[in-house]
Design a protein around this ligand. Structure first.
Ligand SMILES: *[C@@H]1O[C@H](CO)[C@@H](O)[C@H](O)[C@H]1NC(C)=O
Length: 108
């Protein structure tokens, strides 16, 4: 992915390149790259772990629901079996791995 990112950066119009310290959203980068004939790749391992809800939130599984379950009570097992929203501060990490995710950053 680092390769396609740097290609996309080279392909930016000079107006955008001239803005120092200005970072583009990954979705914008994916869009610009596509216009130049490049495509960003989806990180497949992440694609299996995250999904977007109907309202556009990114959700993930909870840790701790694989084994050693007999010492966890029913309430806790139930809580761990639910999908939870990814912390907003981690959104940019997920979107870097999955540039084609249809996220609504204003949701939730
Ligand atoms: C989300 O991330 C921020 C910044 O790292 C942290 O302060 C906050 O506690 C996190 N929220 C949750 C629910 O983990």
């Amino acid at each position: 992915m680092a390769m396609s990112l740097s290609l996309a950066r080279l392909a930016l119009p000079p107006v955008l390149q001239a803005l120092p310290g200005r970072r583009l959203a990954h979705s914008a980068l994916a869009f610009l790259a596509a216009g130049k004939g490049y495509k960003m790749k989806t990180h497949k391992a992440s694609a299996k772990r995250f999904r977007v809800t109907g309202t556009g939130k990114i959700v993930r599984r909870c840790a701790g629901k694989q084994h050693l379950l007999s010492k966890k009570n029913a309430k806790r097992r139930k809580r761990l079996s639910k999908m939870v929203q990814v912390n907003k501060s981690d959104y940019s990490n997920v979107m870097g791995a999955l540039p084609y995710l249809k996220v609504n950053k204003k949701a939730g």
